[in-house]
Each structure stands twice: as C-alpha cells, then as structure tokens.
Design a protein around this ligand. Sequence first.
Ligand SMILES: Cc1ncc(COP(=O)(O)O)c(C=O)c1O
Length: 412
Amino acid sequence: MIPRKRIDIGWADLASGLLACVVPGALVGGARAAAKVESAWRTARGNLACLSVRSGFDALLSVLQLPAGSEVLVSAVTIRDMTRIIEAHGLIAVPVDVDHQTLAVSRAALERALSPRTRMVLVAHLFGSRMPMRDVVEFSNKNNILLIEDGAQAYTGDGWRGDISSDVCLFSFGPIKTATALGGAVMTFRDTVLRDRVRDAMSAWPLQARVSYCARLLKYALLVLLGYRPCYTVFASAMALLRVDCERLLAASLRGFAGGEFLAKIRRRPSMPLLALLHRRIRQGVQPAVGRRAERARQLAALLGAEPLSVVRPGATAAWHSHWVFPIVHPRADALIAYLQSHGFDATRGASSMAVVAATHGEGRASKAEQLFARLCYLPAHEGMRARDIERLAAAVRAFEADALAGNWRAA
Ligand SMILES: Cc1ncc(COP(=O)(O)O)c(C=O)c1O
C-alpha cells in the first residue's frame, strides 16, 4: 500500500528533538530559544514563535477585543478550529467563496461578504498553493479591515513570509506540514506593538509540558516508520485483520488538540525542546522533499489531464503551487477511494480537519466551496513515490473510469 502522505521530518531531526528533551541545560532558556526562532525567521517585521497557529490566532483575538457580533471574513475552506476560535471570541465567521481553479478568493467575493460589522479578513492559502494577495490587500486597506494571511499549508522553506502588507501572517509547523517540528508556529506582524501585546497575552499561559512533547516525538517516530511502504503495508493489513478502521486511527493520531477542553489545550507556550526543533527546521531552509513532491504532482496532473481522462483538480491554475496535497474533485469520490485502496493506493476523503465554513445567514453561503468539498478526495502524490508509482496510480484512475462506465464498479 502506498501511504497517503509522508511526515516531513528526518530521523536526525527527531533525534535532535529528543536530545533537547533530556539535556539538563535545556531546562532553562525558553525565552532565549523563542528569540532564536524569531531571529531565524528573518523578516524586518515583528516575529513571534508560538505553540501553534491556532494558539497564536486565539491570542491575537484576545488582544484585539473586537466587539461581540463583529464579522470576520474567512476563506470558505479552512480548518474547523479556526472558525471555532472566532466563535469562541463572540465573533461571526462569514465565508468568502474560493475559486476552484485558482484557490484564490476574489475581490468580488470579498465585496459580497462585506457588511458594516466586518472587522477582519482571514484568508488561507490552500493545499500548498499561494494566491496573489494584491486584491485582498487593496480590499482590506480600502475598508480599514485587519488582514490576517494564513500560510499554514503553504510553507516550503523557500523564504516566503507572506505579503508584507498583511497585518499578520501565520505559518504552521504542525505534524502534517512541510518541515514539521511536530508543532510550533511563527506569526509575523506588521505592527511590532501588536506583536508585543500578543506576546504579553501568551506569557500568562502555562508552558507546554516537556514530557508531553517528548511523547509526541516518540509517537511520530512510529508514524514516520509507517511512511515506508513495507511498514505501511504490514500495518494496513494488520488493521484490516483486526477490523480496525485505519482511516479513523490515523486521523485521530494526526489531529492536534483532540478531545475536550480545546481552548485550554491551545493556550500554552511552546516548550524549549519544541522551540529548539523549530529553530533547526527553519534554518534548514528549502526542503529537498518539496521539489520531489512537486515533480510527482506535476507528473500525475499531466497524466490525469490527458485524454480520455479529464479529472477536475482544484488549484489547476493556481498562481503558485507546491502541491502540499493532491486533491481532485470526483462525482463518485467514495467509490474511487475504495477502488484505489483496493489497488494499493491510500487515497482518502481527507481525514484532515478541513471543512467549508458555514454561513450564519442563507444568502452568504459559499456555494462553489460547498460543491468542491462534497466531491473532494486526495490522491497520494508525494516524494516517497517513484515515477512508475504515479503511472500506476493514473492507470488505476483510468481503469476505475472504464469500469464505472461499463457499470462494473459498485462502492464497497
Ligand atoms: C489553513 C490552516 N490554518 C490553520 C491551521 C492550524 O495550524 P496549527 O496546527 O499550527 O494550529 C491549519 C492546520 O492544518 C491549516 O491547514
């Protein structure tokens, strides 16, 4: 079985994280470790290291104290927790539709979602693409709205730090991200005074327990092992024998801050070993895996786009794409996934916590995003695959289409 994705961390990174957990000298110096991360981030703006993007965003909203009922325009596709945080602060998330082809939010969609209560816009670069920010910047400047740019899915180590005109940019180093530190995030602020206020707000939070970060490193070491094909094949077969839902198990293991008390869990400061590993990952710069991943994705895109297949691929005309994941839209997404799984490809419906932002009033629905999401599935196309694996995958999709046309294939 070809796994859906590789956790982008090496054995040397894991070992250095574990070492930082046990070196006694590392028990002190959290502030110094954070300062090192912030200076390695290298922007002329105000940088701030935090436990996760969700933690930083939550702290930002606590500091801003926007009036209850204020509206935040949000890219219609994002992770559920971002809207959950908005709501926890008494604010209303208003979806802004996302274009299938470019994965960008348009100026027209922003204008449609605008109301006298709009105070903030939060746009997410999706699936590894980066949308041009000019329209969003102009819109937020004209309407005097705070602009938050969510780059959680778009980091590649290439020095991109978001748009200099965005008020705040968010970058995640969570477990399924490129150059992961198995947690951690960096925020970049246009206004250093706001950065200092957010830092002060966070300073009241408890520190992430070093032992829990150590346990996380060990857990992910096991998951990294599953990124190797033979290990994953044994694991997937064992789970099938035991009748354990592999999809659910993996989703639960990869989800950060699962279970109850979500806000209490995100309201923590990063431990010293996490900061040390974050510093290491940032300093590594461009990740070699990114180039290989993009090459595989381009190969698959070309094969799927060729006659007689014509698979719809969100982001096909994105201005810039690193192919963090490879989503397609398919009218029988569930049947296709079952078929690919039975042919050794771990395609998935997206066990990630991505969702369409629900509108609180009917006319504000993001219909394009809803249509996209209802039929979305992710194909494995990553650096752990060979060119001939991609050819086999495209052939399997083609065979599914042929079978489906002949009426031979029923969803399992
Ligand atoms: C678009 C987007 N925003 C925010 C986040 C949250 O990042 P973190 O895990 O650092 O809180 C994610 C995580 O997947 C994401 O994809």
